[in-house]
Design a protein around this ligand. Sequence first.
Ligand SMILES: Cc1ncc(COP(=O)(O)O)c(C=O)c1O
Length: 389
Amino acid sequence: MQKEIFLPFAKPSIDDETIAEVLDCLKSGWLTTGPRVQRFADALKTYLKTSHALPISSGTAGLHVALLALDLQPGDEVITSAMTFVASLNTIVLAGAKPVLVDVEPHTYNIDIRRLERAITPKTRAIMPVHFAGLAVDLDPLYEIAKIHNLRIIEDAAHAIGTFYKDKIIGSFGDTQVFSFHPNKNMTTGEGGCVTTSDPTLAHTVQILRFHGIDKTNAWNRFAKGGSQHYDVVAAGFKYNMMDIQAAIGLHQLNHLEDFIARRTLLANRYLKAFAGWPQFQLPQSPAYSNRHAWHLFAPLIVPEKAGLSRDEFMTAMAERNVGTGLHYTAPHLFSFYQKHYDYRVGDFPHAEHIGEHIVSLPLFPDMTEAEQDHVIATIAAIFNRKLA
Ligand SMILES: Cc1ncc(COP(=O)(O)O)c(C=O)c1O
């Protein structure tokens, strides 16, 4: 039953063309932001059908500068999901506002829109929904609420490159979105991300803030022949630019993204079929509205009373059998920083807490073979003392 080689829960697919592109980039002598980042930005703009696509050094950096572009003032509030990676909350704090959490729906793990409306106060400036695991938040009612209350929306789309809400790809409509290209995500640039927006002013601010506050689109080019060494600095900006080495990876990843998602979908459906009716798991569920799940994560909840072990014990049992799993995520209001500074307490967001205690990400990546997946399923059946059909 034990595999000799550890099967990770996530692994990027890097082909020879990508490696060749990275080598070409290294040999070209232009390693940092340059022509490949420009090509990558153009390719993302086309794929996401957006008016502005701004590659950046990480999803976290993208959330940070997109929030800063809203010019939040002390006391301003930004509403986000109680079940997310802590970067969603941290960036709200770093942008000078208060993160106001709203509990999630127990079955989609996405922010509960009815509760969200009750969390709006006169200090609320923006909403940051999170498309958890690659499943789109119900955006029509959310944008409706934002319109009524005159709020901005920054979609944390870290999990959602290639996700569709109804018949539209995330990034192609609405206000602002931030994607992540961390190696565990559906496509990668090593580290990296992208801000998309329909707002030219926000796009301009992000462009300035991601590179030292320099107000000049081609400042990266200043050392090249014909590039100008002169520029103005209009803000104390960051060093959040993406490198050409990263874009070299991203260009090829984007070419393969639809195939990656098709493969993830096939594997996710195989899991759903294999585990159907197992009382030990509560499986991911589909919402009523149409969507295309990008399956960044396949993350059921363990039901300890039926499984005979806790989520953490399950993860340990899997690791002992050489199968990797992931924990996405502990409910972030339980971290000491948020308890100390924002007065959050155990019990504040029961659904997020329940999910955070029971969720487990199973191996899911495009290069995983069906035989490897069958091994994962058999390993889980053995841990649960189940006979496979
Ligand atoms: C929901 C969410 N938001 C933001 C981020 C930050 O992205 P990055 O790792 O690219 O900084 C992540 C990364 O895992 C995430 O899962």
